[in-house]
Design a protein around this ligand. Structure first.
Ligand SMILES: [Fe+2]
Ligand SMILES: [Fe+2]
Length: 299
């Protein structure tokens, strides 16, 4: 964990810079002191052997007489010198905390993806479950569109997490005498349950729009928020099409064919482009999936 040093802001600093530092401290949650005595780092307009100097020309950071940092003045560089000063004070690399956060986010996401797989029924032949297939086809489609590797990974992750709210749903089904009938109405709930659940993890906030809005329809007739058109987040529209395609062509257990054949599902998507599905994305998906299935087996 990082501790914030207490910064003393010298009286000699320009008013604009003082105001800027005050704003930064409020946002980042560190403390500016009026007394040099109780402070860890002094900020002044003069060059000082231990502390930060900011004037209209330069920004510098000295620690025990050594120059650590010297940059031309800009407000972005004020941010940088503060980050650098906090890192020096904590004897840490400024990127350490950032990379720890990324690792933590990755672990948390992988753990939840594992949980999704354990609650879903895997197909006996391909060993893939609903979310795995949605992630598989979403990634293939993204690849087909020439998206960057980073974006493809993001889409895969979002697709793996899109039905996370079903964890609660399956639990509820186990403990109700009318579980099959109730299931229909709970289909709606998983978007809300999932988004509320994930909003408690700030590392995975980026997935909340997809979890909440992957069952919205282009014409506003979907759920839970009745969003329409561009109001529906892009990845929710993207993954929503693949999701619908998988649901319609597979049963939950995947041991029987779904309610539609692949051909029927493609006709349905085409017919409902612009009402249920994003017209551009559905056209792109149809082009991709037809091309894919010409060269690969359907899973
Ligand atoms: Fe869903
Ligand atoms: Fe789904």
């Amino acid at each position: 964990m990082y501790n914030f040093p207490v910064f003393f802001v010298g009286r000699d600093l320009e008013k604009d810079i003082k105001n800027y530092l005050e704003n930064v401290s409020k946002k980042a949650g560190f403390y500016l002191s009026n007394s040099a005595e109780n402070s860890d780092i002094i900020i002044s307009s003069e060059n000082i052997p231990d502390g930060i100097s900011i004037n209209e020309k330069n920004i510098s950071l000295y620690s025990e007489g050594n120059e650590i940092f010297l940059l031309p003045f800009s407000y972005e560089n004020v941010d940088l010198v503060i980050i650098k000063a906090v890192s020096v004070f904590n004897k840490k690399n400024p990127l350490d905390e950032f990379s720890l956060k990324m690792k933590h986010r990755y672990k948390l996401s992988k753990f939840l993806q594992g949980l999704v797989v354990t609650m879903e029924v895997e197909d006996k032949i391909t060993n893939m479950s609903h979310s795995q297939r949605v992630a598989f086809y979403s990634a293939k489609w993204a690849e087909h569109l020439g998206k960057s590797q980073d974006e493809i990974e993001k889409i895969k992750e979002l697709a793996m997490l899109h039905d996370i709210g079903r964890i609660g749903l399956e639990q509820l089904m186990l403990f109700t005498p009318t579980r099959i009938n109730e299931f229909e109405s709970w289909e709606l709930e998983h978007t809300i349950t999932g988004s509320v659940f994930l909003s408690s993890l700030d590392e995975l906030w980026f997935a909340v729009p997809v979890i909440r809005n992957h069952h919205e329809n282009w014409d506003g007739s979907g759920y839970p928020d009745g969003l329409s058109g561009d109001e529906i987040p892009y990845y929710a529209r993207f993954i929503g099409i693949v999701d619908w395609f998988d649901i319609s062509t597979h049963t939950a257990s995947s041991e029987f064919e779904g309610i539609m054949s692949v051909e029927e599902a493609l006709v349905y998507i085409e017919k409902n482009s612009g009402s249920v599905f994003d017209p551009n994305l559905s056209e792109s998906f149809l082009e991709f999936i037809k091309y894919y299935l010409m060269n690969n087996n359907f899973i």
